[in-house]
Design a binder for this molecule. Structure first.
Ligand code: GDP
Ligand code: MG
Length: 439
């Protein structure tokens, strides 16, 4: 998904203006990419419709170029599709909170039980107990016990002869007596959804009345994961989903459809086999991940919060008619400083590293200090028309700013290069330029 979108995004970010045709082109690519990623057809259709409605005719936020603006809309809609806000684990009014883990065989229930116990203790300072209710394979109990040992956490088990419903009941009673605040029940899975399994899970549910039924699904299985989620939810009315194996899934299709299809929130994401590789699921982060452009997006976020919109507009006009002065440059430096280091910003711009002329502009914070000092030592005339700055003026400026003539020269050279570049970017014919830089 990421690769496919990147191509289109590059095309669009390169332009000065986004036309309706661009939005069309972009959404067509988004649609194909999503279908390719195995996202449910109806989900895709609705999503595209919303993106179009929002993207076309929208005011372009200052500090972004129109291409980035479209990406922003796509990202927001993707996040919304996955539930918008982060969804937290329910907590029982009276401890213990009972969590039942359900899902197909191999989805990651047992591993996730261990990870969740670890998460609860580390992040929430809780005291969980694990319950081995998968009695069909001795290995399953051993697996959970091994995890319990690693975590130094109790595992309740009655061996393979006991009834899972009874095990669950006994475990919850024991947790009450011994003041554990979470009971995590690891249940059996099957290779496919079947009645026997569902009956057993329903019986456990009735017996212990869990606060959460977390459906564990393997994100690598794409559209199948969505179908599995649908049938488990029909039978058990699950309260949330854990997506596992996201470390191996580059497509994100399952994540995108599950919430939309079942209406149940994704609460956790597992990104590896290790016990600390479980995270609360953040729809917006997942959206960035799916778009494969975390950096561009964080730049957008920075631009949103830090750039003074009105100023940016003025600046754009000045760039257009090439009346940009050293004073304006100084102003922009201030804004750049607000946004973090220039290097950081450069690194976030796709293709910026390769941009002609930018190599000489790899200023660090300290250099920004010099630049400020130098410009402040100039007269108003010098700032508006740097061509008047002759050798003796340079000497005076260097002295006044505590820099050297060489540094003054370098700044003037950079300023001229930048002005040239701006002219190319702002005034030139479209399609020629690369990024929408905002200096
Ligand atoms: P269960 O049958 O549902 O209990 O599944 P398990 O917990 O036994 O997990 C099945 C396999 O998937 C094991 O080899 C796990 O190590 C592996 N696994 C579980 N979660 C993840 C994950 O997030 N990433 C990766 N790469 N492997 C995982
Ligand atoms: Mg298991």
């Amino acid at each position: 998904l990421a690769d496919r979108l990147q191509g289109t995004i590059k095309k669009i970010t390169g332009k000065g203006k986004v036309t309706e045709q661009d939005v069309k082109e972009m959404t067509r690519e988004v649609r194909l990419a999503l279908l390719e990623a195995d996202v449910n057809f109806k989900v895709v259709k609705d999503l595209i419709k919303r993106i179009k409605e929002r993207a076309v005719g929208q005011d372009v936020l200052q500090g972004l170029n129109p291409g980035q603006q479209v990406i922003k809309v796509v990202k927001e809609e993707l996040a919304e599709l996955m539930g918008g806000e982060q969804s937290k684990l329910e907590v029982a009014n009276k401890p213990p909170t009972v969590v039942m883990m359900v899902g197909l065989q191999g989805a990651g229930k047992t591993t996730t039980s261990g990870k969740l116990a670890n998460h609860l203790r580390k992040q929430k300072n809780r005291n969980p107990m694990l319950v081995a209710a998968d009695v069909y394979r001795p290995a399953a109990i051993n697996q959970l016990e091994t995890l319990g040992k690693q975590l130094e956490m109790p595992v309740y088990s009655e061996g393979t002869d006991a009834n899972p419903v009874e095990i669950a009941k006994h475990a919850v009673n024991k947790a009450k007596e011994e003041h554990y605040d979470y009971v995590l029940i690891d249940t059996a899975g099957r290779l496919h959804v079947d009645e026997g399994l569902m009956d057993e899970l329903q019986n456990i549910k009735e017996a212990v009345n869990p606060d959460e039924i977390l459906l564990v699904v393997d994100s690598m299985t794409g559209q199948d994961a969505v179908n599995v989620a649908e049938s488990f939810d029909e039978q058990l009315d699950v309260s949330g989903v854990v997506l596992t194996k996201l470390d191996g899934d580059t497509r994100g299709g399952a994540a995108l459809s599950i919430k939309a299809v079942t209406g149940k929130p994704i609460k956790f994401a597992a990104m590896g086999e290790k016990l600390d590789q479980l995270e609360a699921f953040h729809p917006d982060r997942m959206a960035s991940r799916i778009l494969g452009m975390g950096d561009v997006l964080s730049l957008i976020e920075k631009a949103e919060t830090d750039v003074d919109e009105k100023k940016a507009k003025e600046m754009e006009q000045k760039m257009k008619d090439a009346s940009f002065t050293l004073d304006d440059f100084l102003d922009q430096m201030g804004q750049v400083r607000n946004m973090g280091s220039l290097d950081e910003i450069m690194n976030m711009m796709p293709g910026a590293g390769k941009m002609k002329g930018l190599k000489n502009m790899q200023l660090d914070e300290k250099q920004i200090d010099y630049v400020e000092a130098i410009i402040r030592s100039m007269t108003l005339k010098e700032r508006t028309d740097p061509s008047v700055i002759n050798a003796s003026r340079k000497k005076r400026i260097a002295q006044g700013s505590g820099t050297s003539v060489a540094q003054v020269n370098r700044l003037l050279k950079q300023f001229n290069e930048m002005k040239k570049m701006m002219k190319q970017m702002m005034g030139g014919k479209k399609g020629k330029k690369k990024g929408g830089m905002n200096f």
